[in-house]
Design a protein around this ligand. Structure first.
Ligand SMILES: Cc1cc2nc3c(=O)[nH]c(=O)nc-3n(C[C@H](O)[C@H](O)[C@H](O)COP(=O)(O)O)c2cc1C
Length: 466
C-alpha cells in the first residue's frame, strides 16, 4: 500500500502549493517533508493515510514560507536583531534610506528622554554584497546605546541578578500584569523589556527594505499624522500624491500636513506634559502605484485588507484601524459609499471616488490604498495611575519608566513600515521569483495581461492609475 503513496507523490508535488506561495519560492525541500511524512505513517496502514500525510505536509504552513522576518531584542539589552528571509537576489539596498527612516521613528514632537540617547543606525551583517541582496537571509542589527547604563540590570549571566530596577507595580495599559501572570514573572521587567515599543525600530528597518523593493515597481507608501488628542488636521492624504506627503511631513514636527493644526497639537502636548498626562491620536498611511490584483478574495488569510489591518493593529498602542471610509461608511447608504465604475475622458476604466481605500474583496483595485490607525494615549503616566505592588499586595502607584508624552508621529513611521512589509509580501506572492529579474518578468507579464483583459472590452486600453 505504501507504493500507492509513492505513486501519488509526484502528482502532489506537481500540483500542490500553498495558496499565496507558489511552489518555486522558498519552499523547504519537499523530499525532506515527504520522508518525514512517511516516517509518521504506520506502514501497515499505509495507503490513504500516507497520501493524506504527504498532502498535509506539502500544504501546511512551514513548507512554503514566502517572505518572513523575525526580530529579537530588549529595550535596554545590547541590541535589536532581525532576520529577513525570502527577498529576491539583486535588490539594491540603500543603508542611508533605512537610517533616515530610523531617524524619523525617533523623532516627532512629544518624545521622551530615551530618544536623545539613542542614535539608531542599521548594521547589515549578511545577505547583502556590494549593495545588493544575494538571496540569502539578511541579518540586521541596531545597537542600543543605553545598554551601557543597563549592563548589570539586563545581564544574561545568572550570577549577576541584582534586584536593581525590579518592577513589581504593573502599569495599567501595558503588558506588565497580563504578561507577568502568563510567563510567571515576579519581576515585570522581564515582560516590559520586550513589550516596549523599542522593538518597532527593527520593524522600521525591515519595512524600509520592503519599501525599497516596492519602490523598484513604483509603489510608494507614505505615513502621516491626522490627529493628536482632540486636534484634527486637514487635508486628508488621499487628496495628495505620496511624494508630496513625504516632502511636507519632512518639514513638520508632527509629520502632519496642516501647519495650523500643528500649533494646537503642540500646545496640547505641552499641557499634557505639565499635568503628567499623555495623548494619543490617529495616523494615515497611503500607498500609491499598486496594480490591481494584489491579495485575494479566495481565502480569509489571503485577504489583503485583513492582513494590513492585522499588521497595523500589531503596533503597540494601536486600538483601531480603518480602510477607506472606514467606520464612517457604516452610517451612510450604499449609494454614498461604493465607488461607481466609470470611463474617464480617455476612455479608461476609472472610479468615481476612492471610498473603498483601494481594496475590494481583499484585493487591490488599482486605486491608492488608504489606511488609518488610532493610537491610544501612552500608558506610562508621570502622574502614575493606581496599581498594586505585587511584592507586598499593597496599593501602590504604577511604576514609571522614562516615557513619551505622545508617540503618534513615530507610530506613523512604524505604520508606513509595517504596511510596506505586508504589501511587499503579498506582491512577492503574486510575482514570486528568486531574483529581481525573475520578479520583473512576472510583473511585466501580468501588467500586459491585465491591459489585454481590459483592452478587449470596447476599446478600454488601460487600468485606472496604472
Ligand atoms: C513608537 C511608539 C513609542 C511608544 N512609546 C511609549 C512610551 O514611551 N511609553 C509607554 O508607556 N508606551 C509607549 N508606547 C505604547 C506602548 O508600547 C503600548 O501601549 C504598550 O506596549 C501596550 O500595548 P497595547 O497598547 O498595544 O496594548 C509606544 C508605542 C509606539 C508605537
Amino acid at each position: 500500500m505504501i507504493w500507492a503513496a509513492v505513486a501519488w507523490a509526484p502528482v502532489v508535488f506537481a500540483e500542490s502549493s500553498k495558496p499565496g506561495c507558489p511552489a518555486k519560492q522558498h519552499c523547504i525541500s519537499r523530499e525532506g517533508l515527504v520522508k518525514e511524512a512517511f516516517c509518521k505513517v504506520d506502514t501497515v496502514k499505509g495507503g490513504t493515510a500516507g497520501v493524506l500525510a504527504i498532502v498535509w505536509e506539502t500544504l501546511k504552513g512551514p513548507a512554503c514560507l514566502g517572505m518572513r522576518y523575525l526580530s529579537a531584542g530588549e529595550s535596554h539589552g545590547p541590541a535589536l536583531v532581525g532576520i529577513i528571509e525570502g527577498l529576491p537576489a539583486g535588490l539594491t539596498i540603500k543603508e542611508d534610506y533605512i537610517n533616515q527612516q530610523l531617524v524619523r521613528r525617533q523623532g516627532g514632537y512629544g518624545r521622551g528622554g530615551r530618544m536623545s540617547i539613542e542614535k539608531d543606525r542599521i548594521k547589515i551583517l549578511s545577505g547583502v554584497r556590494f549593495g545588493k541582496t544575494t538571496g540569502s537571509p539578511l541579518a540586521l542589527l541596531i545597537e542600543n546605546k543605553d545598554w551601557l547604563n543597563w549592563q548589570k540590570v539586563m545581564s544574561p549571566d545568572p550570577l549577576d541578578e541584582t534586584g536593581e530596577r525590579k518592577v513589581t507595580s504593573p502599569r495599567p495599559g501595558h503588558a506588565d500584569l497580563a504578561g507577568g501572570i502568563k510567563y510567571f514573572h515576579r519581576d515585570l521587567r522581564n515582560v516590559l523589556e520586550r513589550a516596549s515599543a523599542r522593538e518597532t525600530a527593527m520593524r522600521v528597518a525591515v519595512g524600509s527594505i520592503a519599501s525599497l523593493l516596492l519602490a523598484h515597481f513604483h509603489i510608494i507608501s507614505a505615513g502621516f499624522v491626522v490627529a493628536v488628542g482632540d486636534v484634527s488636521a486637514s487635508p486628508r492624504g488621499s487628496e495628495l500624491r505620496a511624494s508630496v506627503i513625504k516632502e511636507k511631513t519632512a518639514n513638520s514636527l508632527f509629520y502632519c500636513l496642516d501647519g495650523e493644526a500643528e500649533q494646537l497639537m503642540r500646545e496640547k502636548i505641552d499641557q499634557a506634559r505639565k499635568r503628567g498626562d499623555t495623548l494619543g491620536g490617529v495616523f494615515e498611511v497611503l500607498v500609491e502605484g499598486l496594480p490591481p490584483g494584489i491579495g485575494s478574495h479566495v481565502h480569509w488569510d489571503r485577504r489583503l485588507d485583513g492582513r494590513l489591518a492585522g499588521a497595523l493593529m500589531s503596533i503597540p498602542g494601536i486600538k483601531g484601524v480603518e480602510i477607506g471610509l472606514g467606520f464612517s461608511a457604516a452610517g451612510r447608504p450604499g449609494s454614498l459609499v461604493h465607488d461607481a465604475i466609470v470611463l474617464d475622458d480617455h476612455n479608461k476604466i476609472s472610479r468615481s471616488a476612492n471610498h473603498a481605500g483601494g481594496l475590494e474583496g481583499g484585493i487591490t483595485n488599482g486605486q491608492a490604498v488608504i489606511l488609518r490607525a488610532a493610537m491610544k494615549p501612552i500608558p506610562t503616566l508621570k502622574k502614575a495611575l493606581p496599581s498594586i505592588d505585587l511584592a507586598t499586595g499593597k496599593i501602590k502607584d504604577a511604576a514609571v519608566e522614562r516615557s513619551d508624552i505622545c508617540a503618534v508621529p513615530a507610530a506613523s513611521v512604524v505604520g508606513e513600515a509595517v504596511v510596506a512589509w505586508e504589501i511587499a509580501k503579498a506582491f512577492m506572492e503574486k510575482f514570486s521569483g528568486d531574483s529581481m529579474a525573475e520578479v520583473e518578468m512576472a510583473w511585466h507579464n501580468y501588467m500586459e495581461l491585465a491591459k489585454r483583459y481590459l483592452g478587449g472590452n470596447k476599446g478600454i486600453q488601460d487600468i485606472g492609475e496604472m
